[in-house]
Structure formats: C-alpha cells, structure tokens
Ligand binder design. Structure first.
Ligand code: F0G
Length: 455
C-alpha cells in the first residue's frame, strides 16, 4: 500500500475552537503581535513546539493510574530505571522534571568560569545553563549543516577535525563534549552513527567524557536505519543501544521522544560524578528515586520509551514531516532541506526577500500564518537571537527561520493538509506582508514577551 496511515486509533479527543480572520486580527493586536501571548484556545493548529505536547497512549494513561507514589524506592522508579538502562546501557539514572533541569545539574558541577563545552549546536537551554555557570558554549557544526537547502543525509554531524584541533589546543578547559541528536537548532537534522563513533573516539583520545543531548534519540535512530549503510536490518532498539554505547552520559528531555507532557533525566556511567549530581538533585529537584517527578510520570515515561522504539510509529512520524515539506517545496516555498525529524523550518529570509532582517521577516510570516489560518508557529531568527550593536543596530543570526514543530500523535493528515494550504496561500501573497518593529522588550529572552507593531 502507498498510503502511510497513522499507526493508532483515537480514543479520546479534544475540541479545536474555530475563530474567524477578524477575530484573529483582534487577538493579534491584543497580544502585541507576539504569538506566545495568545491563549492556546485561540489557536487552531498549534505548532509552537513538539515539546510536552504529545498525545499519550492508553497504556501510558493506564501507567498513570498504576504509578507508585512512594517517596523512596517507588516501583515506578525501578521500571523507569530499567527501561532507560535497557535502551542506553548507562549505569546511573537520575530523574529530573525536564531536560533543562538535567542540564542545570550537570553544568553546575562540570561548568564554571574558564570552562568550554563543545557541541554540534547547543540548544538554547543548554547554552543558557552553560553560560549561567560561567562557562562558554561553542558549536562545531559541519559546514553542510549551515547551508539551508544543501541536500545531505546527516546535516547534524559535528565537524570532527575542528573538535580535534580545538581539543589539541584547549583540552584542559573542556570538562566534556556534547552532541545533540537530532540537532534541533540546526533544523532537526540527524547525526550519523559514524559521526557519533568518531566524536567518541576523539573524546577518548583526549580523555574527555562524551555526553549526548538525546531528546530526539529515536528519531535520530530511525534516520540512521533508513540512511546509513549497514543499519537497514537492525531494530531501532539495537541502533539506539549502539548510539548510546559510544557515550559516557546523556541529558534527556522526556517531553520529546518519551512521549510525555513533562519529565527528563540525566544518565551517566561515572560513579563519582553521579554522586555529585544526586547531591545537587536532592537540593533542587527531589529524592533520587523521583527527582522532581511523580511516580505516575516515571511510569508514563517508561511506557513512552518502549513505544517510541516502534518502527511503524517512527516511519509515520518522519513521513509526516517529509510530506509537509514536499507539498511546500512543490509550491516553491523555501525551506531547510532535507526536512528533519520533528519540524519543518521555513527560510523566512528567502520567503520574504522584501523584508530586511531588522524588520523581522520570520515574525511577519508567523503572524500571517496565524491571521490566515489560526496556525501558531515559532520565529527563530532576529527576534529570538538578534542582538544590538553599540550603535543600536540589530545584529542578526545566520538564518531567519520559522519553525513548524509537529506534536507527536496529535494531528492527522487532514490537519497537515490544512497547514499546507494556509502556508501556500500566505506564500502566494507574500509581497503584501509588512515588517514589524519592537515596541517593548525585556532584557533577556525577548521572544517570549516582546511586543511589536506593524510597519
Ligand atoms: N535539548 C534540546 C535539543 C531541546 O530541543 C530542548 C527543548 C531541551 C534540550 C530542553 O528540554 O524543554 O525539557 O527543558 N526544546 C523545546 C523546543 C523547548 O521547543 O525545541 P526541556
């Protein structure tokens, strides 16, 4: 059969509330043209993030009822621990309330003034936690990964030679090396097994611990299966086990590939470091067998981690993103290509060539998608990462993007068809879009609360 169907039936549903274009124009004005300010009920299709937005399965909900809420030694913790050990082979499993809590614990111990942490591309919270500790975050993404429409299989790979020469000069400043799978900030692009292995070899050469930022590990494993030589006959579990076998530890936001609405963990082999992490955990998150989560959450994560390894799910998942991408490419809409694991990223700079970076082309598109069809996307460009120089001029990041992140198991193909239709309509009328100026902004993380006016 040609049609790839959703590998699930729907047992519980939530209503979508429809609004008119006039109502949406009013709401946009009320929130100062910042989509983070909208009430979720005023959104028709919410593609702000794939984080914490998954639909849980019947078995996960059953797990919620079955959660053991004992303060210490809960049965749910042991199931959680056993599942993670099976997939990763790592020894010490430390639950946290989400991914950034795991990062915070890790970098409060290994970070600090004078330290430098390399990655393919640090996700914002990882970078923020490293910088908050006083350390520096540095990216070694391979050159092809920086070209938006260059077609390659593993655009998330780290530039291994750059890492090696950096370590040769700066080894004493590097407490560990990270690799983000898939590379969210670089378009959700996967990292090959070969690259994971090579990075781990360089780390061994310089005796540096190697950590994976593994929120989307199963999506990464699926790309390895379908794109990398020698992996097509292996199960997703076997591929995951091999990926993690090269690592000394990992941070995880369970809100992605563990198919839950909250949760995370830190897993590592070094006993001494694990003890230090647990010491911070008890002060900031909770006792080591629940660490910031309820027993029911641990149960839902354990079940979600089993389900994510299902190849028919991953086939449908990756195909959904590719399908959305293909329909847009057919209509000439510029995107980051090939499409990655969890989102489609519109190239806003090319989409709106008439809007200069300092008038926020990505913001113009994101507002237009909401106005036209009630779709909420996320600007990832000069609003999110722009800085001012000493003359007060905007200094832009390399790319102006709009991310359409697809929640897991939430939307059907007709929802995706609707998204395609709305984006194409906005694209066809792109010349009418106007830029924006910022009228109010906080000193940090301005994209969450800044207010804009149309130009
Ligand atoms: N690492 C990566 C690669 C991520 O994408 C995220 C979150 C985190 C770490 C932090 O995890 O949210 O559980 O604290 N990404 C979300 C997103 C927020 O929308 O891409 P968290």
């Amino acid at each position: 059969m040609k049609t790839i169907i959703e590998p699930f039936r729907i047992k519980a549903v939530e209503p979508i509330f429809f609004t008119t274009e006039d109502q949406r124009a009013q709401k946009l004005k009320e929130v100062g043209y910042n989509l983070f300010g909208l009430k979720a009920e005023d959104v028709i299709i919410d593609l702000l993030t794939d984080s914490g937005t998954s639909a849980m399965s019947a078995m996960q909900w059953a797990g919620i009822m079955n959660g053991d809420e004992s303060y210490a030694g809960s049965r749910s913790f042991y199931r959680f621990e056993e599942t993670i050990k099976k997939i990763t082979g790592l020894t010490h499993i430390i639950p946290t309330h989400q991914g950034r809590a795991a990062e915070k614990i890790l970098f409060s111990i290994v970070g600090g003034e004078g330290q430098i942490i390399p990655n393919n591309t640090h996700f914002d919270t990882t970078r923020a936690n490293i910088e908050f500790s006083g350390a520096e975050a540095i990216d070694f993404l391979n050159e092809n990964g920086k070209k938006p429409d260059f077609i390659a299989d593993f655009k998330g790979n780290m530039d291994v030679e750059k890492l090696r020469s950096f370590l040769a000069e700066n080894a004493e400043k590097v407490p560990l090396v990270m690799l983000t799978i898939t590379n969210n900030s670089g378009g959700g692009q996967p990292v090959s097994m070969e690259n994971i292995r090579q990075v781990s070899e360089v780390c061994r050469e310089f005796q540096k611990p190697f950590f994976l930022d593994a929120c989307r590990f199963a999506e990464n494993a699926y790309f390895i299966k379908i794109r990398e030589h020698g992996y097509d006959k292996k199960s997703i579990l076997e591929i995951c086990q091999e990926m993690f076998s090269y690592a000394d530890g990992m941070t995880m936001s369970a809100k992605k590939d563990a198919l839950v609405n909250i949760g995370g963990f830190l897993a590592l082999n070094d006993e001494d470091l694990a003890q230090k992490c647990r010491n911070v955990l008890v002060v900031t998150e909770g006792f080591p067998t629940y660490g910031g989560l309820a027993g029911r959450d641990l149960e839902a994560i354990a079940q979600g981690l089993e389900e994510i390894l299902d190849e028919s799910y991953l086939h449908y998942r990756i195909r959904t993103i590719a399908y959305l991408g293909e329909k847009l490419v057919e209509a000439g809409v510029p995107l980051i290509l090939p499409t990655g694991g969890h989102a489609v990223y519109l190239d806003a700079g090319k989409f709106c060539e008439h809007i200069p970076n300092y008038e926020f082309p990505g913001q113009a598109i994101a507002c237009a998608l909401y106005l036209k069809g009630g779709i909420r996307a996320c600007e990832i460009g000069s609003v999110m990462f722009g800085k001012y120089n000493e003359n007060g001029k905007t200094v832009s990041p390399d790319l102006e993007l709009v991310r359409l992140a697809i929640p897991r198991r939430v939307y059907t193909q007709s929802h995706i068809d609707y998204v395609v239709e709305v984006i194409i309509e906005v694209f066809q009328e792109r010349e009418k879009l106007k830029g924006y100026k910022i009228v109010k902004e906080p000193p940090m993380l301005r994209h969450f609360t800044a207010e804009f006016a149309e130009l």
